[in-house]
Design a protein. Structure first.
Length: 328
């Protein structure tokens, strides 16, 4: 048996219930993992509310780290006793023990703790595919400006550090002066408090009127229109989340009028669709963390039993950096 968080219907944090669930043996291509720490991410809110619907009753959570207890037929990259971490479908990480597909589970280097592993996989792999794979048509070179919204969050603080390591001039936005200072302390070249400043006007000032090559946006509805104003001709609007709500329909012709812009909607799970792609991205993440160029900030810890409060704080934008659920 395993203590696990389940939802029986979509709704608010009050729909997150603790339950004892049976955990069986792993089948072909599966492993059983006992968690030491679990990651909290905004996609968990989307699953809970039904923006990304789940079949009920459902587990929730996409990220964790722990020790492999059993290995199913055909799994060769993991063994019983291995330290491991993952960001993976299907949801169900909010638990003590689970059986899950092995494809996206990676051996965790000894130099990286379980808590760091649980806090960094989904967010770090997201930062990896954004900065390394989601690129404007003209590419990114050292010295180029990029705009990154919600830069004091878990993905954002990793992206600030990684962008600096790549030589990029990252312009961060955040919702308070304190969060802006946090982004600057983690490598952002500039920071804009979008509650007190017009971020589009400030971006134009920073870039001498040219605009940025790419906007990385997980906020959605509230930042969309002004983000398009921040792009230079042939720039890329890279949407990867909807924290403020889904982006409403827009006329494709507007992209031509604004400078022949490109728009893409990215998801991590397309990028980690194969075992080989997952491992290559994870190796890149492990290397940049182990080198010290990127530090994972765990700013909040909640016992699993306090998962409802963790979701309330996440939705209220009270969190910074990464948040984990603990099991001890």
């Amino acid at each position: 048996m395993s203590l696990a968080v389940q939802i029986r219907q979509h709704g608010g944090p009050e729909e997150l219930h603790l339950a004892d669930v049976a955990v069986g043996e792993p089948g072909p291509g599966e492993v059983r993992i006992r968690h030491h720490a679990i990651g909290l991410n905004f996609i968990d809110v989307y699953h809970r509310t039904g923006l990304y619907p789940l079949q009920m009753p459902a587990g929730i959570g996409m990220e964790g780290a722990g020790v492999i207890e059993a290995v199913g037929e055909g799994v060769t990259h993991l063994q019983v006793g291995d330290r491991a971490a993952y960001a993976s479908n299907p949801p169900g990480a909010y638990c003590e023990v689970r059986v899950m597909p092995a494809k996206c589970v990676c051996r965790l280097p000894d130099a990286i703790s379980f808590e760091t592993g649980a806090a960094m996989m989904l967010k770090g792999l997201t930062a990896q595919y954004l900065l390394k794979k989601t690129l404007p048509v003209e590419g990114l070179q050292p010295g180029d400006h990029v705009l990154f919204h919600a830069a004091a969050g878990g993905v954002g603080l990793i992206a600030c550090q990684w962008a600096k390591a790549l030589g990029l001039q990252l312009i961060a936005t955040a919702g308070s002066d304190a969060k802006c200072q946090l982004a600057l302390a983690n490598g952002a070249a500039h920071a804009i408090n979008y509650t007190t400043e017009d971020f589009a006007a400030r971006v134009k000032a920073i870039t001498g009127g040219k605009g940025v090559k790419v906007v990385y946006d997980s906020v959605g509805k509230d930042t969309w229109d002004k983000s398009l104003e921040c792009l230079r001709p042939f720039g890329l609007m890279a949407s990867f989340g909807n924290a403020s709500g889904p982006v409403p329909p827009f006329a494709p012709g507007s992209l031509g009028a604004k400078g022949s812009l490109y728009v893409t909607r990215q998801t991590l799970f397309t990028h980690i669709a194969t075992r080989e792609a997952t491992q290559a991205m994870a190796d890149d993440l492990f290397a940049v963390v182990a080198s010290g160029q990127v530090k994972i900030h765990i700013d909040q810890r909640y016992p699993l039993a306090q998962v409802q409060q963790a979701h309330r704080d996440l939705e209220a934008r009270k969190t910074t950096g990464s948040t984990i659920l603990t099991l001890s």
